[in-house]
Write a protein that binds this ligand. Structure first.
Ligand SMILES: Cc1ncc(COP(=O)(O)O)c(C=O)c1O
Length: 388
């Protein structure tokens, strides 16, 4: 069998390579501390789990769901109002997705023909790239530079690219850089999009994981956003729902309806117990989400302090479940070599920044997905490695 050329465009290389090295180390008995993949390890609240269990016992739960439950869309719309102050029409402006990974992988197809230009951040979350590759788009990447606090600068987008681009995909709080965009950024984004007639997808996966009292809003709360864009939002991180696979696309009704049409051709909807428990999550008070955010904040503080004590100074992220760190000076700019050496010497696995785009070179992404104790053990091992 000959794979399609699109398959070559899908990223996987370095992730596969590291997974193999990890498996080999484990087979040799190494206690690997995996701080690479952003899988949340904080389980959903009791009421959410109980709803799944109860609904899963009902025979009628096993039909094809086909569509999103109206109550689920209503719960998402109310959540947007309560949380961000954004008015959403539940019947025309919400489409549930099988996790935002699925939504993002398909997000270009409603607007992109092969060869059309899509603008992405560099570095960016790999699913944005996947979405563009699946649609056979031309990709233009805008650097997120450290000196700009990892925000993109619209002046970095050449005129001819802006004129031909059909879609931009953005995300703040950002994975991997953890950058948070100020409100003015979104106003500039909307003005840029209107000027050049570019549709905008914003991924707001981490709005609930903000620290030190920071409140992150929605792109849709900005004037004109719904005219030119839509936002993806996920229950994975906020409600510990990652394995259950539920997220939303909310916003521009034409886009939402096109995405729905696409999805009606690619899946038969989301397992009903997952939808029902999703309603329970969205209607629960904020305590659960605040507790989850507090747990990540505590892990962040422990990691930053312990790494600093062992000789690696890293800036504190203001949001997300990641730490974005420049690699220690003596390793130069080669993040891949650093990650491999680190894993062999310490059993601690992190992701090289260049896996998210060439502008990630010289950085690593560390996921706060282990217990406080394991983070301390990782820091100690890393300290020994750095000081030898
Ligand atoms: C920025 C971002 N968007 C989307 C996702 C996918 O989340 P899910 O598919 O679980 O909703 C992730 C997961 O790590 C992410 O980091």
């Amino acid at each position: 069998m000959k794979r399609s050329s699109m398959m070559n465009d899908l990223s996987s290389g370095i992730f596969l390579e590291l997974a193999k090295e990890k498996a080999a180390l484990q087979a040799d008995g190494t206690d690997v501390i995996d701080l690479s993949v952003g899988t949340p390890n904080i389980a959903p609240a009791q009421a959410i789990k109980q709803t799944i269990a109860d609904e899963a016992m009902k025979d009628e739960s096993y039909i094809y769901a086909i569509d999103d439950l109206p109550e689920l869309k209503e719960a998402a719309a109310q959540w947007y109002k309560r949380r961000y102050g954004v008015d959403i029409n539940a019947s025309t402006e919400v489409c549930a997705v099988l996790g935002t990974q699925e939504g993002l992988a398909h997000c270009c197809l409603p607007v992109i023909d092969p060869g059309d230009t899509v603008i992405l951040q560099d570095p960016c979350y790999p699913a944005f790239f996947t979405g563009a590759a699946i649609a056979h788009a031309q990709i233009y990447r805008v650097p997120q530079r450290e000196k700009n606090g990892f925000l993109i600068d619209f002046d970095d987008i050449p005129q001819d690219v802006a004129q031909r681009a059909k879609l931009m995909i953005f995300s703040y709080p950002n994975n991997p850089t953890t950058a948070v965009a100020p409100p003015e950024f979104y106003d500039e984004l909307i003005a840029f999009s209107k000027k050049h007639d570019i549709f905008v997808i914003h991924d707001n996966a981490y709005s609930e994981l903000a620290f030190d009292g920071l409140r992150v809003g929605s792109f849709l709360a900005h004037n004109g956003a719904k005219e030119i864009g839509a936002e993806f939002n996920s229950l994975s991180k906020s409600y510990g729902y990652a394995g259950a696979r539920l997220g939303f696309c909310v916003g521009n009704s034409e886009y939402v309806s096109a995405l729905k049409q696409l999805k009606s051709n690619t899946d038969y909807g989301i397992f009903l117990p997952i939808q029902k428990a999703g309603i329970c999550a969205l209607q629960s008070d904020e305590t659960v989400v605040r507790e989850t955010a507090a747990a990540y904040e505590k892990r962040r503080d422990i990691l930053i302090e312990a790494f600093a004590a062992h000789g690696w100074q890293i800036e504190k992220p203001r949001a997300t479940m990641f730490v974005w760190a420049r690699i220690p000076e003596k390793f130069g700019n080669d993040d891949v070599a650093f990650v491999k050496q680190l894993m062999q010497a310490t059993g601690v696995l992190v992701v090289p920044g260049s896996a998210f785009g060439s502008c990630g070179c010289g950085f690593v992404r560390i996921a706060l997905v282990q217990s406080e104790q394991r983070i301390l053990t990782a820091a100690k091992r890393i300290g020994e490695f750095l000081n030898t």
